[in-house]
Design a protein around this ligand. Structure first.
Ligand code: PAF
Length: 256
């Protein structure tokens, strides 16, 4: 049965035992509202590690919009069942005050690549992400930590942080999991109405099919999406849109 750890100090005896037995830990950091994309991360962690920890922490410092934080979906009982079903051994779900004893006076910033795309449209977002991921890595001490390619910019910044700060962990990336109509799985999808959900499938389609970023942007706007950005970097096309009052992000490799 899965164990739920709510206090940082309650993880410490488990960690001591795990390390003394020479076992490896795989960490899957999440903000809860788990879906098939998270489960793919848990399954990947299950295959490569002795112990799998899923962290569930809705990290306030990465939300630039307080309403977005308030609306962020929560489904604790379901999350617990899903994490257990996918093979996790522990859920680590600390209180906000425990994770920020300094009141967020100390934080991690990246100064070259974090100001674009998500960073431009969500000021402070990546400071919050990098800071909480560093805290989680320091507390859980995993051999490997798992992140999805849907949040590609996040993934690359976390890889960069680990290299820059000499953190002894392997960052493992896992491919985006999609619905049959192509929509990337995301915790925010549950906020879409039925009509919004059907319209949302056009987002990854135009991102993938339109010949240029400008054409993808124009097509999305003409279909009623509010487009925050469509950009191409290093052979990938990235986009963020709002549909049905729900903000969605995605990215696809360019084949041309
Ligand atoms: O991708 C997410 O769910 C979050 O940004 C993460 C990595 C769990 C940090 O809060």
């Amino acid at each position: 049965m899965i164990s739920v750890i709510r206090r940082i100090r309650d993880w410490e005896p488990h960690l001591r035992r795990i390390l003394s037995e020479g076992l490896s830990v795989g960490l899957v950091p999440t903000m809860g509202a788990l879906h098939g994309g998270h489960l793919a991360l848990v399954r990947a962690a299950r295959k490569a590690n002795d112990i799998v920890v899923v962290s569930i922490f809705v990290n306030p410092t990465q939300f630039n919009d307080p309403n977005d934080l308030k609306r962020y979906p929560k489904s604790w009982d379901r999350d617990r069942t899903m994490a257990e079903g996918a093979g996790a051994d522990f859920i680590f779900s600390p209180a906000r005050e425990a994770m920020y004893p300094d009141g967020y006076a100390y934080r991690v910033s990246e100064s070259r690549r974090s100001g674009r795309m998500e960073g431009e449209h969500r000021p402070g977002h990546f400071d919050g992400v990098l800071t909480v991921v560093l805290k989680l890595l320091n507390i859980i001490r995993p051999a490997r930590a798992y992140f999805g390619e849907k949040d590609y910019q996040q993934l690359r910044l976390i890889q960069g942080m680990v290299q820059a700060l000499f953190i002894d962990v392997e960052i493992v990336s896992v491919a985006t999991v999609r619905e049959p109509d192509g929509l990337a799985l995301s915790s925010r999808n549950v906020l879409l109405t039925g009509e919004g959900r059907s319209r949302a499938a056009a987002f990854p389609r135009y991102l993938r099919e339109m010949p240029s970023a400008d054409q993808a942007r124009a097509r999305l706007i003409s279909e009623g999406f509010e487009v925050e950005y469509v950009e191409e970097i290093n052979g990938r096309r990235f986009g963020a849109v709002v549909v049905d009052r729900v903000r969605l992000i995605d990215n696809v490799p360019l084949s041309h």
